[in-house]
Design a protein around this ligand. Structure first.
Ligand code: ADP
Ligand code: MG
Length: 616
């Protein structure tokens, strides 16, 4: 007897089902996709025991006539594509013609469907892939599918299911994604007769996000200005700088209406947020990318969660552009809270005209030591009086100095113009808390600023500007150092010599992995320059594998800057504080430090009023 045999239709279906139907959530996903493709306006999902004992999906879509109702249970039967060419231009969620037969082969399956104007509908019962009966059905127009005892005939698969609660939460997540992708459709999710959510058809995405996740999250989001870049249109919402999660659970991206997971998208998001995201954290996004269906292959995985882009770099760049524009656009809004007439009038004297400039009583309380007098002709070379590192005027000239460059208190020339006073109403510094947090008031209410984080941000942006223009100044090592690098590291250094140069790191190759290091960035205080280079290689290589050359190096700068920023306990005098805040407000991303931690926290009057019970 020959050893090879054709599998029976039944076993073949079960094998195929293994790929499509992994757990109750995949059943719900497939059924809801079908309902959406059928033009449903309302979809109700009911599950019992995490979907293991029952899943029912009811829609008010176009329904099927009897022939189609029978045909849809055949493998590779679909109304959505006809030719191979159609695969390159898929606009529906389904196209494989596999879901229904797969589900029906591993459960007790009931389909009841009726076209809108049909006199009667069709009801079909299938058990483990075998049709039990076909008869007239009397349900409302649309389609109802019930899936009972999932994997009853595949005990091995059934064992892999998690607890009912876990499975239920996967179903809920799946349906939430579908609901986000289709705000115009009403969704209901019931579990064991309890309503998990009930979403009315919404007119826009913002309402849908609010209905699903609550107002608190909706308020933390920024709307992406609709952009088209490289033929990719992007819209949606993303978390404000500093809003992040420790998992990707709320990093949601749709491509042509389909929620997908994809490494290119992950990298694009991270690069777009860049310094606005803490290490190990993930952004909150509700993004929708629309592109030519021919530019994206959805036929990668049976569950259709994965996609492959024809031009990944275009997708990544478009995403980065959209996020950066959104984050930078947000600056205007934030500084709105700092705009004149800034400070709220005293509520006890409401008749006082708002335009009247307000006195700044707190200012005089500061003890200001006398400014040092300098010999004539000396000018102040340093523009950031609060910094502990001096950035020389001419960055291109290497300083013949030992590594540690610590600036003395910047000298102020006699008769020099004092730094421009802050526009009076923008904010008022009230004091410093715990030697670290600047307490201020502005138009919006109370503001707390972490002075260390604020300074990091300012210095970071300054260095980045330098890097993009002149390059970061370097300091020559008194004694050049040699170091030996492995072939991969050597190769990487060779490819990136120019970038390293821009960052102020001077290296020269002697062949066979030997390198001479003769200068390092000026702002770096390191006793071990070789270690610095090794760290830079490690970090930059990680960055460059994911993102574009342009951004290369910023992470490393951000890290280095941190060590040189104002330390928590540095005492700043009042004009320095004002200067710090003014400079911070000038930054592209003022609300978080280069590591994504917040620099400022605004506590609005509304929040204060709520806390004090004046408003509910
Ligand atoms: P696919 O969605 O890939 O075409 P399915 O096995 O999921 O494959 O469904 C097969 C066909 O059954 C679909 O192409 C569609 O014509 C029909 N169908 C499935 N579900 C519905 C529904 N809820 N309403 C109307 N038609 C449906
Ligand atoms: Mg389908």
């Amino acid at each position: 007897m020959s050893r090879i045999q054709l599998l029976s239709e039944e076993v073949a279906s079960q094998v195929a089902a293994g790929e499509v139907v992994e757990r109750p959530a995949s059943v719900v996903n497939e059924l809801v996709e079908n309902s959406l493709d059928a033009g449903a306006r309302r979809i109700e999902v009911m599950m019992r025991r995490g979907g293991i004992s029952l899943i029912r999906v009811v829609d008010d879509g176009c329904g099927m006539d009897r022939d189609d109702a029978l045909l849809c249970l055949e493998r590779h039967a679909t109304s959505k594509i006809r030719t191979g060419a159609d695969l390159a231009a898929i606009r529906t969620l389904g196209f494989r013609g596999e879901a229904l037969p797969s589900i029906a082969s591993v459960a007790r399956f009931r389909l009841s469907t009726r076209e809108r104007d049909a006199v009667a509908g069709t009801e079909i019962l299938v058990t483990g892939g075998k049709i039990d009966y076909v008869r007239d059905g009397g349900d409302a127009p649309g389609t109802q599918i019930e899936v009972r005892s999932l994997f009853f005939n595949l005990p091995a698969r059934r064992k892999f299911l998690r607890t009912e609660n876990t499975e239920a939460s996967h179903v809920e997540h799946t349906l939430q994604l579908q609901a986000l992708g289709h705000p115009e459709v009403g969704f209901v999710l019931l579990t064991d007769e309890r309503t998990v959510f009930q979403l009315p058809p919404a007119t826009n995405l913002r309402d849908r996000i609010r209905d699903l996740n609550g107002r608190a999250l909706a308020d933390e989001l920024l709307e992406v200005p609709e952009i088209a870049f490289h033929g990719i249109a992007i819209r949606g919402f993303i978390g404000k700088p500093g809003v992040s999660r420790s998992s990707r659970a709320q990093q949601i991206v749709f491509v042509n209406g389909r929620p997908v997971e994809n490494a290119t998208l992950n990298h694009g998001l991270r690069e777009g947020y860049h310094t606005a995201l803490m290490k190990g954290q993930y952004p909150v996004t509700f993004l929708f990318l629309e592109m030519d269906p021919a530019a994206v292959d959805v036929n990668v995985h049976p569950a259709k969660r994965e996609v492959r882009f024809r031009e990944p770099s275009a997708v990544r760049e478009a995403l980065v552009e959209a996020i950066q524009r959104t984050l930078e656009g947000d600056r205007a809004q934030w500084s709105g809270a700092f705009a004149a007439p800034g400070i709220r009038p005293d509520p006890s004297t409401p008749e006082e005209p708002a335009s009247q400039p307000l006195p700044l009583p707190g200012m005089a309380d500061f003890h200001t030591p006398p400014e040092p007098i300098l010999p004539a002709g000396l000018t102040q070379s340093f523009q950031a009086p609060y910094a502990s590192v001096e950035l020389p005027e001419d960055w291109s000239e290497p300083l013949q100095q030992p590594l540690a460059v610590v600036a003395p208190q910047p000298p102020v020339p006699a008769g020099a113009v004092p730094p421009e006073p802050a526009p009076k109403q923008r904010f008022r510094v009230l004091g410093v808390l715990g030697k670290l947090y600047v307490v201020m008031e502005n138009a919006g209410g109370l503001v707390l600023v972490d002075q260390h984080a604020a300074h990091e941000r300012i210095l970071f942006e300054e260095l980045r500007r330098r890097m993009e223009t002149l390059g970061v100044p370097s300091q020559r090592l008194l004694m050049p150092l040699t170091l030996q690098l492995g072939p991969r590291d050597s190769d990487w250094v060779e490819q990136n010599l120019e970038t390293l140069q821009k960052m102020g790191i001077g290296v020269e190759g002697f062949g066979s992995g030997t390198w001479k290091l003769d200068s390092v960035p000026q702002f770096v205080r390191s006793d071990e320059p070789q270690q610095l280079l090794r760290d830079v290689i490690d970090e930059l290589r990680e960055v460059s594998s994911q993102s574009s050359k342009l951004r290369l190096g910023e992470d490393v700068i951000a890290k280095t800057v941190c060590r040189h920023a104002v330390k928590a306990n540095d005492h700043l005098r009042e004009p320095e504080l004002i200067r710090l805040i003014e400079d911070l407000l000038q930054c592209d991303l003022p609300y978080c430090c280069p590591h994504g931690r917040p620099t400022m926290i605004q506590i609005s009057y509304l929040e204060l009023e709520k806390k004090f019970g004046r408003k509910v």
